[in-house]
Design a protein around this ligand. Structure first.
Ligand SMILES: NC(=O)c1ccc[n+]([C@@H]2O[C@H](COP(=O)([O-])OP(=O)(O)OC[C@H]3O[C@@H](n4cnc5c(N)ncnc54)[C@H](OP(=O)(O)O)[C@@H]3O)[C@@H](O)[C@H]2O)c1
Length: 400
């Protein structure tokens, strides 16, 4: 199959003063992994068999316990007196638009999931759920601003008070500031992209790990949305500025932009790179969670690249010309375009598909929309770096 990765014309690129930039800077949502089209889903059969027997055991436990779990979404018994599997509860951050909303809709439509839409704008989330026709009893909107550690803690508190079980957590929300010349900051003083996309999610996932662990659902999962743009083993990941966490000196300094850099690698601020760096952190943390907790808890930790969803709000801060031309460019030139609905189906698979339970995997999809285990770049799979990012992040969010 032909390699589809290609680039936007340089007219669309955003050049920053005083920085070396190539003509394809900031256009990195477009490519497809060099190896994407040559792979198939090669999860090992034996692992799946083990997983299945593990799940069957868990399922019988679930059936025995269903009546003990207080949730509005539990199906207690059929007319024949048999207990059925209760609805799963999934928390999706940033479910008010784009990928998060499409995933919420896809899961709600199955009738098997209750979706907690963890969003910073309550009204927007309510309207979004209505606009896509989600049944009223299929979702709950809860306030979460990932750019504030207090808000993350408050969300966890509120979620626990709701008495809903937590079966799957999806860390999906993100911000992207490709044209910003100066950094902006979270309530706690971290550069906004890494502070929101990585640190806010890191605290959320760490705090909710216990809740996930308590779930009696057959397959409990933590999904952290990644991106091709953080993977320098792809053409898209090689579009400047490339992701690079360096020796983490900026992260260790708190990304404050005062006495330390606002960038993880300690260098000059670059909004597009800050986003890509945050995505590397997302993918590193998924693997570090897997190493630390999978065996002990049975939770599946996964990440994914949903495809280039050129129409979402992620590009809202980009220049108007880019926003106008990016979707048709992806549709007709690179043919890498993925609709919001299709991307939602993909993430919904990672949430719920029984064949996608393998932990520690970064999922991607080929041109026929078949899922496969993709390879992460050297940096995004560097275990030593992951350990360091984890330890520094723990300190920054007040867990160590
Ligand atoms: N679009 C793509 O081509 C693409 C490709 C690869 C990966 N991804 C990933 O897909 C995920 C979703 O992005 P998208 O494309 O769907 O973009 P999007 O439509 O802009 O969605 C981002 C969501 O994050 C929310 N959000 C932003 N800051 C937040 C905060 N401080 N607290 C809570 N929520 C916050 C937004 O809320 P508001 O509605 O209130 O703004 C929005 O719901 C991201 O992780 C992104 O990296 C996207």
């Amino acid at each position: 199959m032909a390699l589809q990765a290609s680039f936007l014309p340089s007219a669309l690129s955003v050049h920053k003063e005083g920085k070396s930039s190539s003509g394809v800077k900031d256009t990195a949502f477009l490519g497809i992994s060099l190896s994407d089209h040559h792979k198939s889903d090669f999860s090992s059969a034996s692992l799946r068999t083990k997983q299945r027997s593990f799940e069957q055991k868990k399922l019988s436990i679930t059936r025995a316990q269903t009546t003990a779990v207080a949730s509005p979404s539990i199906n207690r018994a059929t007319s024949e007196g048999k207990k059925t599997l209760r609805k799963g509860t999934v928390v999706i951050t940033g479910a008010s638009s784009g990928l998060g909303l499409a995933t919420a809709k896809a899961l709600a439509d199955t009738g098997k999931w209750h979706i907690v839409m963890a969003c910073r704008d309550f009204l927007k989330a309510e309207r979004a759920a209505k606009s896509v026709g989600m049944a009223k009893d299929s979702y709950t909107v809860m306030h979460l601003d990932l750019a504030s550690l207090d808000s993350v803690r408050q969300f966890v508190h509120n979620f626990r008070r709701s008495d809903m079980p937590l079966d799957v957590l999806v860390c999906n929300a993100a911000v992207y500031f490709p044209t910003a010349r100066e950094p902006t900051f979270t309530a706690d003083g971290f550069e906004l992209s890494v502070g929101t996309n990585h640190l806010g999610h890191f605290l959320l996932a760490r705090l909710l790990l216990d809740d996930l662990n308590k779930s009696d659902y057959p397959s409990k999962r933590l999904v952290i949305v990644g991106s091709i743009t953080g993977n320098t083993n792809t053409l898209a990941g090689n579009v400047p500025p490339k992701a690079n966490l360096g020796d983490l000196r900026g992260l260790a300094g708190g990304l404050t932009g005062l006495n330390s850099s606002a960038m993880i690698d300690g260098k000059d601020f670059d909004g597009a790179k800050a986003y890509k760096d945050s995505k590397v952190c997302n993918m590193l943390m998924m693997q570090e969670f897997h190493r630390r907790y999978h065996e002990e808890t049975g939770i599946s930790f996964t990440s994914l690249y949903p495809g280039c969803i050129a129409t979402t709000g992620l590009f809202r801060e980009h220049i108007p010309l880019f926003r106008l031309l990016f979707p048709p460019f992806q549709k007709f030139v690179t043919k890498g375009f993925v609709s919001e609905a299709e991307s939602g189906k993909r993430l919904a698979q990672v949430v719920s598909d029984p064949s996608l339970t393998k932990s520690g995997v970064y999922w991607s999809w080929n041109k026929d929309s078949a899922s496969f285990e993709n390879q992460l770049s050297e940096e995004a799979s560097d275990a030593e770096k992951a350990r360091k990012v984890w330890e520094i992040s723990e300190k920054l969010v007040g867990l160590a």
